[in-house]
Design a protein. Structure first.
Length: 297
């Protein structure tokens, strides 16, 4: 599945021109602009081969008012299978949240992120300049069929798993896959209907940690801010099943989402490692064995 990894087919100097054919809001309008997440589908005429787990580069138009130079490219995780949502190999989909940031130097707050706001505002028919694909460490290994996979995401970190799971089950996957997804509210669970549909497979488990609506049942063992339900608490609830998967020497775990999510998840992994008799760091062991993949931003 990953023996031939396409890399940097298009560059900043020679980008790919793609047409927007879909810009769909995935979250409730009532959640406002900071919870505005879009599913974008881009179509192109040239060959842009990619694998789930890779990223596409987007070149925002215009120039940076500070430097006077073109804006730097931004990377977004691919949110579709390698054949694209249309299945013809001529589209790629992205999952983009409208981003805002604070300038600690000037004190200015809620500054719109250049590329995310550009992408959230594109219209069907608009042209977008792309680079890539990039990245090879987060893809599914070629010998995937009988491995156990544990996928953990927060926010738009769910993007790569959408394509990964589709490809796994379309290609006769026989291992056990578990998806843990952390969000703030029940109406901002991205692609929820699609992931729910995978429950028809007896070898798929789906866990949702909704921090503003659920409580952490193990605040003593897995402390969270204000005892909210975060993915690490949801993982601790099903720690025995996780241990069963992680004790298999070829099982793999993927973490994708906001930087800092590891701080809550790694202690839970260490507890699981202890239950399996691991004397030293279980996280270090998984990393050394190339079984723990982390993509945070």
């Amino acid at each position: 599945m990953a023996q031939n990894v396409p890399l940097n087919l298009f560059t900043v100097k020679s980008p790919l021109a793609a047409e927007v054919i879909e810009n769909k809001r995935l979250t409730a309008l009532s959640r406002g602009p900071k919870n505005d997440v879009r599913h974008l589908t881009l179509r192109y005429k040239e060959k842009y081969a990619y694998l789930p787990g890779q990223s596409a580069g987007i070149l925002p138009p215009a120039t940076d008012p500070v430097t006077g130079k073109p804006h730097k490219l931004r990377l977004y995780s691919v949110a579709s299978e390698s054949a694209g949502d249309a299945g013809d190999g001529q589209t790629v989909s992205l999952c983009v949240v409208r981003h805002f940031w604070d300038n600690s130097v000037t004190g200015e707050k809620n500054i719109p992120g250049v590329c995310s706001n550009y992408l959230c505002d594109v219209k069907v028919g608009d042209s977008v300049s792309m680079t890539g694909p990039s990245g090879r460490h987060f893809i599914i290994p070629e010998d995937f069929k009988h491995r156990d996979f544990i996928f953990v995401a927060t926010g738009t970190g769910i993007a790569p798993y959408r394509g990964m799971l589709k490809e796994l089950f379309d290609r006769g996957y026989e291992g056990n896959a578990a998806l843990y997804f952390g969000v703030q509210y029940g109406d901002v669970i991205l692609y929820d209907d699609e992931f729910e549909a995978y429950r028809k497979h007896k070898n798929f488990s789906y866990f949702k940690a909704i921090s503003r609506e659920q409580a952490n049942p193990f605040p003593g063992e897995v402390p969270t801010r204000n005892n909210k339900m975060y993915v690490q608490a949801k993982m601790y609830v099903s720690r025995e099943a996780l241990a069963e998967s992680l004790k298999k020497p070829d099982s793999m775990m993927y973490l994708c989402g906001l930087k800092g999510m590891e701080e809550g998840i790694f202690p839970v992994l260490e507890k699981i490692g202890q239950s399996l008799g691991t004397q030293d760091s279980f996280v270090a062991k998984l990393k050394a064995e190339q079984r723990l993949k982390v993509e945070v931003y």
